[in-house]
Design a protein around this ligand. Structure first.
Ligand SMILES: [Zn+2]
Length: 194
């Protein structure tokens, strides 16, 4: 189980490596585990419980992951902006619930160069299944845009078995997408994320 540092004066919790935790007086901190942190509803530190911190912590692995999927990215504050050749995306993070959430750009990008595209309109990707990690969303984006481009048409469909496999996969995806409502996004638009 993961260990955190509790600032006992303010009931804020930090990652053990957070520079803000290291500045606190020893008398005012203690090590606590995940159950304690979430059981007591301690307040997540703005710095170490942010998307940017999470991203930088495992940057090499995320960057390699995106590179292998041909995704261009840019970190813009606490948003991870991602661009494929067919769409804009942005991923945010709610440090209170520790969930990631996803927005999808409404327009197709003119190039794969990522810009701070606040001019572009986004909609909440409500059909994206609830994801607990950044990597899961990278997979989702990749699969989504691959489907958009029609790459699935090139999937092997020679045999009846293969054809029904494809159809089943598509139906499962559709069903899952219909079934889930992305409630977190509502929290986010209500201003729950700092
Ligand atoms: Zn911190």
């Amino acid at each position: 189980m993961k260990t955190f540092i509790q600032d006992t004066l303010r009931d804020i919790y930090h990652d053990v490596d957070c520079p803000y935790a290291q500045r606190l007086l020893k008398a005012n901190i203690r090590k606590v585990n995940e159950d304690y942190v979430f059981g007591k509803s301690l307040i997540p530190c703005r710095h170490c419980q942010s998307l940017s911190y999470i991203f930088h912590n495992r940057m090499e692995s995320y960057v390699n992951n995106m590179r292998s999927k041909n995704l261009s990215y840019m970190l813009d504050g606490n948003w991870l902006l991602i661009q494929t050749d067919v769409a804009f995306w942005k991923i945010g993070y709610d440090r209170y619930s520790r969930d990631f959430f996803l927005f999808h750009g409404n327009t197709a990008p003119e190039s794969t160069e990522v810009k701070t595209h606040d001019k572009n309109e986004y909609h909440r990707q409500a059909d994206a299944m609830h994801r607990r990690s950044l990597s899961d969303y990278l997979d989702y984006i990749y699969e989504h845009d691959r489907f958009r481009r029609g790459d699935y048409n090139h999937a092997p469909r020679g045999s009846r078995n293969q054809r029904s496999k494809c159809a089943r996969a598509r139906n499962n995806l559709k069903r899952a997408e219909r079934a889930r409502v992305y409630a977190l996004l509502d929290q986010m638009s209500a201003g729950a994320c700092g």
